[in-house]
Design a protein around this ligand. Sequence first.
Ligand code: SF4
Length: 267
Amino acid sequence: MGEKISCSACCGIFNLKFNAAERTAWAQRNTEIFLALDLTKAENIVAYRKEREAETLPQRIRDDIYVCPFVGFVGTKNGSHIEQPPVACEPGASVRTGCLLHPQGSPHPQISLWEHPQNFSFYGEGICLSYDCLAKERQAFRADFFRWAEGADGHGGPGAAARTTRSLPQPLYAYGRLASDHTLHRTLAMLAMDSQDLSGFYTLLAELYETYSVVTTSFEDVEKVLPQSIEELCLFLARRIDAANAEQISALLSAAWHRHTADNKAS
Ligand code: SF4
C-alpha cells in the first residue's frame, strides 16, 4: 500500500456484487459506523462485526471467499487521524482502503486501547498481520506497474492518459484489482522486457476485471506452470474474465500488448 493507492483484495473487497460506486459507499459506510463506535467496550466491536457481516455476506459473488467488514478508508493526512472518510476530499487527498482494526493504521483514535485489535476479526491478528500476497512476497512487480498505479488513482499519470473512451473502472480500485493477481505479475516478470511500459495493457485489464466482476484475492490457486508466452497469458486472463468469450477478450488483450511492442520499437 502506498500513500495514495491500496489493495484490500485479500480482505475480500472484490468479492462483492457491487459496482465501483457501491463498493465505495460500502467502505465509506463501514468507516463511518466504525469511527462512531466507542471502542472502550468490546461488545461494540463485536456487534459492529455481526451487523456489518449480516449486511455484507449476502452481497458476495463467491460464497467461499470471506468479505471482511473491517475494510474501510484509512487515509491519513499529514500523519494525523482523519475525522471524516476521505472520499470526496480535495484532489490529491488519500483515498486508500485498508484495515479499520490495524493497530497502527486504523483511523479510530481509540484503537490503541486494544493490544491486538485485529483479533476481533474473522481471520485474527495472526493471519491479518502476517499474510503477504504471493506477488509481493516474490517481488514479482515490475517498475512500470507502480508507475501506472500512481497514475491510476484518479489524479493523472499514465493510467489517466490511457483512460479515454471506454467505460471506466473506478480508478481507486484499478491498482488493487491487478496487484493481487500473482499469475499476471509472475508471468510478466518472466516475459516482458524491463524497458517496456505496459500502462495501456494494465488499464484494459483492470477495466475488464471491473466490467466482468472478476474476483481477485491474491490467494487463488498457484499455477504449477505459468503461461509461457504473451499469447498464452492473454488467453489465460481471458478465460478467467469470461470463459464464454475468451477468444474475443484474448484478442483485445493481445492487441493492447502488441501496441506496446510497436511503441517500444518506434521509440
Ligand atoms: S481485520 Fe484482517 S481481513 Fe479484516 S480488513 Fe483488517 S486485515 Fe483485512
